[in-house]
Every structure is written in C-alpha cells, then in structure tokens.
Ligand binder design. Structure first.
Ligand code: XIL
Length: 380
C-alpha cells in the first residue's frame, strides 16, 4: 500500500510524512498502523475520559480509534433506581469519542452482573413477572439507546447469556428465569426500535471453548433464522499466555463470520499470573483464594516474561490481521497495567501485567509487537 521507498525510511519519519494533517507527532501509532485493517479500541474508565488523568487520555486518543466505557454504561451505573437515570458519566464518553474522532461502543444493555436487584423484583419484593421485566427491559433500552442515538456505533445488547457447562445452552440468569429463552430476541428488537442505525452485538467470554462456541453458533443461527436484528458478535478474549490456542482463536472468528456476522474482539487482555482455578471463565462473580505464590510479579514483570507476552500478542494479532476481512474491531480491556481489572479478578489486590502499556504509562515490548504486526502485514 505504501510507496516502496518509504520502507527505507525510519518508521517515525514514515508516519510523520504520511499523516494528512501534518500536526501528529512523528512516532507511529496503533491507530494509524491499523487504519485500513480494523478499528483498534480501548476500554477506559470514567476518570480518564472526564479529565482526571490527562496523560492517559492523551495516550488513549492518540493510539486508539475506538473507546468502550469499562463500567459507565452498565445498568447499575446508568439506571441505579427505578425512577432514576444518571447519564453524567456516560455522557463524558460520548464527548470524548466525538472530540477525538473515536468510535463509541455501548457496553452493555442486558447482563446478569452489575444490574441492581430491583430490576428483577416485583412491587412487594417478590420476583418480577415476565410482563414487568420485559417492560423494564424495553424502557431501559429505549432510554439509553435513544439518548446516544447517532453517537454510539454499536451496542453490546446482551452480554454473557451462554452457560459454561451442564445440559443447558443458556446460563441460568434472572433474565432467562423470568422472561424465558426469548429474552435475547426481545432485547435486540427493542434496541433496533430505539436506534435503527446502531450496530447490535452479542458479546461473551470463553467462545474459544468448543462447547461454548458451538452453542453460540446455534444460538446466533436461531436468532438470524427468526429475523432478529443482530449485526455482530464480540468474543471478549480474556486470555492467558498459553491458552486458548491460536487454532481455537481462529476457528472462533471463522465460525462466526460464516454466519455472516461481523466479528469483534471486544475485551482483549492476557493474564500473566498463575491460577489454581479455571482462568478461561471470566465471569466477574468467580472468586479464587489467593496467596503470595499466586502474585509473583509485584515488583515488575521480568524481561523474559515481557518477551513471552510480546510474542503472545504478536501471534494473536497475526491471526486477527489474517482474518481482517471478518474482524471489524479489536479492543483492549484497559489502557495500562495500573488500571486493569485483572489486578482484582479473580483474586483481589494482585499485580497483573496483561496490557500493552505499563503502570508508568510507558509502552511495553508487547506494544511494539502489536505495532510491528501491522507493519509486517502491510509490507507483504
Ligand atoms: C469489569 C470491569 O473491568 C471492572 O472494572 C468491574 O469491576 C467488573 O467488570 N466481562 C465484561 C466486562 O463484559 O464488563 C467486565 O468488566 C469484565 C468481564
């Protein structure tokens, strides 16, 4: 794509020459490197987008072309009480995305976690009826999707509806127990009514597992057959250094793109800490018992581990780039290691190192390997 002669110039100079505006700093960015392949996104917290961490905000907007609110568009944040919506924190993302020309992703409308108890209760404290819960779901979706109409590119409409084991395809959640299996169809239809132009996604973790992936394909195929308005599927991709295998990662992308859906990697991170549980289960309610042996990198990630992490990211991005016709976006779940949720999950108070940028907001070897993967692909 680039004129050949530019390959001989130092990368910084190449990026400097090629920026249209001429005002961008000369160092190459993820955002420019992946332009033309897929959106490269980041999940941010409220402090970063509302001016409380200007250095992080500056890095995020320079490096990434898409932003997802890490918590501030979840039900408990937007709609803590039946008659009270609070859009202040979420509005800051819409402003941030607009000011920095980033695609805004809405996360998430219908989920079993981070949803207040009242949602599932009737007036007397007993369980809500199907009718009541459906009306609540519709009202919530209309209020939220309606407010950000034209500003949110796509919504994670339903998050984590699939089970991790047992005979049932769907998880035993209050949504399913009260409404029934059609709660997904209903949620997507309500979202479509509220903003016909927004993209609508199903999002889940662990889809690289064969059972869960094939259940997901079944679920999505059924929805498509019933004419449910769904545009894409997000595989969260909370990964470890060795697992899942690249083969499973690629199989997952292909299985979903064969359904005609856009595929998004929505919450990528690579947990480098040891675990005694099942690290592939990213259910935020899962807790593990901790001890010091499970927290070995408190004073920093050794060089050898940095290289392992860099290699893992390079391998993953080579799969994403190879499948760039199907992959619409890759989002990292957090800007830097200081702010990753994996410092608290599934064991509180550990020191994890799963992202591309370290606690001092300096790029790690993994950052350069992701940057390099894009360049390699271009030079082919
Ligand atoms: C996590 C956030 O990163 C944390 O800050 C919060 O305490 C719990 O939720 N899957 C998802 C995300 O879909 O919403 C979760 O985010 C991580 C797992």
């Amino acid at each position: 794509m680039f004129p050949k002669i530019l390959n001989f110039l130092p990368p910084a100079l190449v990026a400097g020459i090629l920026t249209a505006s001429g005002v961008e700093p000369a160092a190459p960015t993820l955002r420019s490197a992946y332009n033309g392949s897929f959106l490269i996104g980041v999940a941010l917290n409220g402090r970063t987008v509302s001016g409380g961490n200007t250095k992080a905000a500056e890095i995020a907007s320079r490096q990434f072309s898409s932003v997802t609110p890490e918590n501030d568009m979840k039900w408990q944040s937007l709609h803590p009480q039946p008659e009270r919506y609070d859009f202040k924190a979420a509005d800051a993302y819409a402003d941030f995305a607009k000011a920095n020309q980033m695609a805004l992703i809405g996360h998430t409308l219908v989920w079993h976690s981070q949803t207040p108890q009242w949602v599932f209760q009737g007036d007397g404290g007993q369980q809500a009826t199907r009718e009541v819960l459906l009306k609540r779901m519709r009202d919530h979706i209309h209020a939220v999707v309606g407010r950000y109409k034209g500003r949110v590119k796509g919504w994670d409409v339903v998050n984590e509806a699939l089970s991790d084991g047992g005979p049932d395809v769907l998880r035993d959640s209050p949504w399913r127990r009260i409404i029934g299996d059609d709660f997904l169809d209903q949620a997507f239809r309500f979202a479509k009514e509220a903003d016909p132009k927004a993209e609508l996604y199903y999002n889940d973790y662990g889809l690289e597992n064969e059972r869960k992936r094939s259940n997901c394909v079944k679920l999505l195929r059924g929805m498509l057959d019933r004419g449910v308005p769904i545009d894409g599927v997000g595989t969260q991709s909370h990964f470890q250094l060795e697992k899942p295998s690249l083969d499973e990662v690629e199989k997952t992308i292909k299985a979903f793109s064969e359904l005609g859906l856009k595929v998004m990697v929505t919450e990528l991170d690579v947990d480098v800490l040891p675990s005694r549980g099942n690290p592939s289960i990213a259910d935020i309610n899962r807790r593990e018992q901790g001890d010091a042996s499970l927290d070995p990198y408190v004073s920093g990630l050794p060089a050898e581990m940095q290289q392992k992490l860099a290699k893992r990211y390079a391998d993953l991005f080579s799969v994403y780039l190879r499948n760039r016709k199907s992959v619409a976006r890759v989002t990292l779940w957090g800007l830097d290691d200081g702010q990753t949720w994996l410092n608290g999950f599934p064991i509180r108070g550990r020191t994890n190192h799963p992202l591309l940028i370290d606690r001092d907001l300096k790029p790690k070897p993994a950052f350069f390997s992701v940057l390099g993967s894009a360049k390699e692909q271009r030079n082919r």
